[in-house]
Design a protein around this ligand. Sequence first.
Ligand SMILES: Nc1ncnc2c1ncn2[C@@H]1O[C@H](COP(=O)(O)OP(=O)(O)OP(=O)(O)O)[C@@H](O)[C@H]1O
Ligand SMILES: [Mg+2]
Length: 291
Amino acid sequence: MAFLECNDLIKLYTDEQSKIQVPALRGVELTANEGDLVSIIGPSGSGKSTLINLIGGIDKPSSGEIILDGNIITTLKGRELTKYRRNRIGFLYQLPERNLIWNLSALKNVIVPMRLSGKWSHNIQKKRAAELLKDVGLDQRKNHKPHQLSGGEAQRAGIAVALANDPDIILADEPTGELDSVTTFKIIDYFKQLNKTLGKTFIVVTHDHRFANMTTKAMRIMDGRIIGLHRAIDPRKSFLDREEVLFVDDHGNLRIPINIRNEAGIKNHVQIEMRDGFATIIPVRGDELDE
Ligand SMILES: Nc1ncnc2c1ncn2[C@@H]1O[C@H](COP(=O)(O)OP(=O)(O)OP(=O)(O)O)[C@@H](O)[C@H]1O
Ligand SMILES: [Mg+2]
């Protein structure tokens, strides 16, 4: 059994006005091993935040199951659920103001989650917070308040906060969305470094395709489904030369990416023919069907 398993996750939201149910996730299947650095890449509205919130125990799926380290977490309630969120999950969001308390220093920000969990003694809290800030290169900035930090530094302080209670998984929702390119690459480097040194599992959801070549596992999400993954062409150079592999579900459904559809002129109908041992997809124009 994988460290994290999401089995056929479906999430329906009810539109307040029309009372119609809107699917945000339509059967997500996902697995991650301990120590994986996973990116899930998809456009706005594809279900990224919904998925992260389900794994983090912030919301419940309409159906399906999430299993972390052998424990079913989708049925947790009350105190058990709070304990799960505090001790086993670290969150990192796009906006620093969601990760940090504005009038507290970086050091105190890292101490807050430790106070809440009661997992560490008073002395250890401070020592641990200082060490974590050192791990993210903020040794010299630990007494600064968030507004005295740059965007990248504030995000690094957020990583230290997420790591405070030594969680099993760090869940990051568009963590570099506010940052420029150089700072984005630096943050990804910190993820990679912490992933290696602490062996932590990271799950990052983002619209930024550059994560595909910089994470150990990269998936594509679209319309509430994981539609494919980027795999290394040469496993020895696993971070480079990725190629996209599409999923075909148990019913034979396949999602053809928009760029391929455009280039091949595929609209609503295709034929699939076997040619020389390959399945060939041939576009069929709608007007041909009317004849
Ligand atoms: N509370 C809600 N009530 C109703 N619909 C919702 C709610 N939250 C999300 N949705 C819908 O579910 C779908 C997935 O939303 P989600 O926020 O997970 O997407 P996302 O990939 O995180 O998008 P973004 O990149 O813009 O953050 C969208 O169509 C969205 O409108
Ligand atoms: Mg989102």
